[in-house]
Design a protein around this ligand. Structure first.
Ligand code: DSN
Length: 433
């Protein structure tokens, strides 16, 4: 992307931006929650829509001058609803943590109980980990995998916990779980105890939009939260989608939660946020338009193929993966078992070769999260660059050479750079106009 003003207006900032541009172009990004936006999304994000305050919702704002903010937010809402088959969408949450807190606040009172996946079994910090404010406001109880070798969730225990604690929300969703969930079963358990079923699909929204993974809203869930910047490939932001029908989605719903949209909108504003970021809403609209195109389905399919290939190639080379594989875009390597290294050590070694991933706890990890016994990696960014199965096999070879065979990262780093330059990031380099 070419910049005409920034280089002379603030050379120090421009130099930092150029450095990040080179890092993204020349480095291999394997963090499964990251991606590269298209130039069109980047342009939409950098517009004068950042100038406008627009508290409220389209047609019902607190400040004047909303002709175009109303149009762009309505467009983003309609695109989100169509893409995910939702009755209602709020595109204002500033990011995923905010979206989850807003969803909890929409449906629960302080002190109410929610049932969510255990963090070390793949759940997410914002699903009420003890260090979060959500854990102070609400009472979180947990479910886990029954068998960490297969990744199967202990649905019987999940149901028993729901019956014992009568949660107001049952939360499905994850940030390091490499398998799929039985959304239908979870929705049925939630309905049985009168809870709302909420799916945090931040990691897999693009795979759902691309039609390659199941949509929880079609399986009886009432709320979906998602960030917009992971597999969905939009700007940093989030959405809350809902469908108030309770019961078996294949039959007439047993109950309709008519006020769910209003509760969600009010939880976002004025409940927990102020003015939305309209430049971001505009970029979300562009990304949702891109995700509705047929090429995006192919993108989703290739992410999954690449992940299966990468996981298979790592396992063939002696690596131990949590659940022994993946059904989605990510995988977690047990680094102590595979290499005799902590996740932190693996992260640092690979970064020296220009490969970025993140240390990650493994189920019931004895090490603290800052060291961790595993690393998490995934394929959305590499797939955006156009890499396919052959490249995944090379990448697995480099990871094992550096972490298991103690190969020097410097020459491998040159190979990594060459590969990345053959598959340029669509965000491009940062240049002066
Ligand atoms: N930070 C995101 C992730 O990496 O999964 C969500 O927390």
């Amino acid at each position: 992307m070419k910049y005409s003003e920034l280089p002379s207006a603030d050379a120090e900032v421009f130099e930092i931006l150029q450095g990040e541009g080179r890092r993204e172009m020349e480095g291999l990004e394997l963090i499964p929650s990251e991606n590269y936006v298209s130039p069109a999304v980047l342009e939409a994000l950098g517009t004068l829509m950042t100038n406008k305050y627009s508290e409220g919702t389209p047609g019902r704002r607190y400040y004047g001058g909303q002709t175009y903010t109303d149009r762009i937010e309505s467009l983003a809402i309609e695109r989100a609803k169509a893409l995910f088959g939702a009755d209602h969408a709020n595109v204002q949450p500033l990011s995923g943590a905010a979206a989850n807190l807003c969803a909890y606040a929409a449906w629960m009172e302080p002190g109410d109980t929610a049932l969510a996946m255990d963090l070390s079994h793949g759940g997410h910090l914002t699903h009420g980990a003890p260090v979060t404010f959500a854990a102070k406001a609400f009472n979180f109880v947990r479910y886990k995998m029954k068998d960490v070798e297969t990744g199967e969730i202990d649905y019987d225990a999940l149901e028993a916990t729901a019956l014992e604690h009568r949660p107001k929300m049952v939360i499905a969703g994850f940030s390091s779980y490499p398998r799929t969930l039985d959304y239908r079963r979870i929705a049925q358990i939630a309905a049985k105890v009168g809870a709302v079923a909420m799916a945090d699909m931040a990691h897999i929204a693009g795979l759902i939009a691309g039609g390659v993974l199941e949509n929880p809203l079609e399986q009886g869930f009432q709320i979906i939260t998602t960030t917009t910047h992971k597999t969905l490939r939009g700007p940093r932001g989030a959405m809350i989608l809902s469908n108030g029908k309770v019961g078996n989605p294949l039959r007439a719903p047993e109950k309709i939660i008519e006020n769910l949209p209003t509760l969600i909108d009010r939880a976002v504003f004025p409940g927990l946020q102020g003015g939305p970021h309209m430049n971001k809403v505009m970029a979300i609209a562009v990304a949702l338009g891109e995700a509705a195109r047929p090429e995006f389905r192919e993108y989703g399919r290739q992410i999954l193929k690449n992940a299966k290939t990468l996981a298979g190639a790592l396992m063939e080379r002696g690596c131990k993966l949590i659940t022994n594989g993946t059904d989605n875009h990510l995988m977690v390597v047990e680094t102590i078992t595979s290499f005799g290294l902590t996740g932190q050590e693996v992260q640092l070694r690979l970064e020296a070769a220009g490969i970025t991933l993140n240390k990650n706890v493994i189920p019931d990890d004895p090490l603290p999260p800052f060291k961790a016994s595993g690393v998490r990696l995934g394929t959305p960014s590499a797939t955006t660059r156009g890499m396919k199965e052959a490249e995944m096999i090379r990448i697995a070879g480099w990871i094992v050479a550096i972490c298991k065979d103690n190969a020097d990262p410097a020459p491998i780093g040159q190979e990594v750079r060459q590969l990345c330059l053959q598959f340029p990031s669509p965000s491009g380099l940062v240049e002066s106009a």
